[in-house]
Design a binder for this molecule. Sequence first.
Ligand code: F6R
Length: 617
Amino acid sequence: MCGIVGYVGPRESQPILMSGLARLEYRGYDSAGIAVIDGEGSLGMRKRAGKLARLSESLDEAPLGAGTTGIGHTRWATHGGPTDGNAHPHLADDDKLALIHNGIIENFSELKAELLEQGFAFRSDTDTEVAAVLLGREYRAHEGDLEAAFRAVARRLDGAFTLLAMHEDHPGLVVGARRNSPLVIGLGEGENFLGSDVAAFVEHTRHALAIGQDEIVSIRPDSVRVTDFDGNVVEPQSFEVSWDAAAADKGGWSSFMAKEVSEEPEAVANTVMGRIHDGAIVIPELEGLDELFTGIDRITILACGTAYYSSLVGKYAIEQWARIPVDVELAHEFRYRDPIITERTLVVSVSQSGETMDTLMAVKEAARLGAKTLSICNTQGATIPRESDAVVYTHAGPEVAVASTKAFVAQITALYLLALHVGRLRGTLAPSIADEAIEQLETMPGKIQWILDNEQERIEQLAHWMADTRSVLFLGRHVGYPIALEGALKLKEISYIHAEGFAAGELKHGPIALIEPGQPVFVLVPSPRGAATMHAKVISNIEEIRARGARIIAIAEEGDAAVLPHADEVLRIPLASPLFEPLLAVVPLHIFAMGLATAKGLDVDQPRNLAKSVTVE
Ligand code: F6R
């Protein structure tokens, strides 16, 4: 949440900050602002409530003075509503100092009281302004040493924060600090960048440095210095960004979501790529780490939202192939219930961003309790993989739309690779089953592409007809159940329609009372070949609700003629073994949610109240 960018170098900073913010806008779009130290050495600032376009218009009408040092921010409001005044940057030290922030400063009330008592004034309702005013005070106390002032401030703050600041007295210097909130450095030629993630600067450089927990960074055009909060110099870890700026552009697509759904085949293919050798799964990142999997008696998977649903799918595969019990937990519930975790537990976190605060905190708690930790993550240099013993990256490429789509299929793919890897290590996986699973995995990209080529138009048409629908239900069994949950989440998230997913067998235990004539229900129908009993049961579940007037939209495999008399619409997916059906069945649901939101004229990339990368608890 909140996007942060900083620049120092020879170029004019305003266009660099604005294009960085455009790439970070998915992190928050309540308000935006920039500050620049101009050629005369004075600090100019502009901020506006609303999307970045409003700030852009304002800068077009009345430009700030040109300057080569700047910071920019796009906000997802926490403390204080989305107003011009609450937008960042916040100024202090007679408006000579500008500061931006991502996260929540938990002890802000106490600090504010202290500062008010000392006669400092405030102009906003935010926790951030407290950090700005405190930094102004410490700057004076440390005789104009911005780094020393930053260290003093960082030590006083509780909670999660990334802070960037600059001061008129120091053109060519931006200082940043981070605790539990993301910040990465981009290394240029005679210029340097800071960003919440690499998207902030990837169009200028792909050389990056990850900043560790509780560290402070100072960037100047020709140097980067990282220290801990006590001022000891630390060596940041470098990495190359594996994608280029074009990968995070919309290309010719109407939305990022449309582009990302179209990339689902690639997301699966790239996640598998390089991990199958001579017909066996080899995950290079896990080489030499067998003890992570052999000395354990349980796996706990921690995740939130869509990643939680992919994890639920992963549970079926891990239990089936590796014969080890798997619990899947919402990360924000895990921490607060005194979980039973031992050194024989492997805790796997699943996160697209690698920054979700709930997941990060749960992973830290698990590590504290002695668990081994493994992260499945889509973002290089992110915090969760850095806090884990091992990482398996999904290679979905940058995901910009707030609603997660291609990352979801990539997460299932990575979990399946992991399940096969653990099954082999533990000796629970028959070679013939492994061979079949690998073959299935390799055919998935082509099959997803088949859905996009053959069914997308029809699904969008259906979504268009259903634009006035007020409620949609989703039913699935076995691995179809998490897919029903994912279908419902995606629909409510971007089209603001009431939607719920249920295990098909659960309906008669209560939710069937919701069914009234005309109620649309998507039903994930298992393969009649691979799962004949479940197929029959799901058909019975369909009949139970059809008898009460439900309108059935079935997602069923090609050639399943038995479903036809029981459904009003049948959306087809290619044939696959039961465990692999989720990778296919979810695609029509992603297309449907996107189609319906589009038909309602909504912004599918930036749905209301949400932001990607939830870095607050
Ligand atoms: C839904 C969605 C969210 C995220 C959740 C976890 O479309 O995007 O539910 O899945 O906030 O995010 P990550 O995977 O970044 O930890």
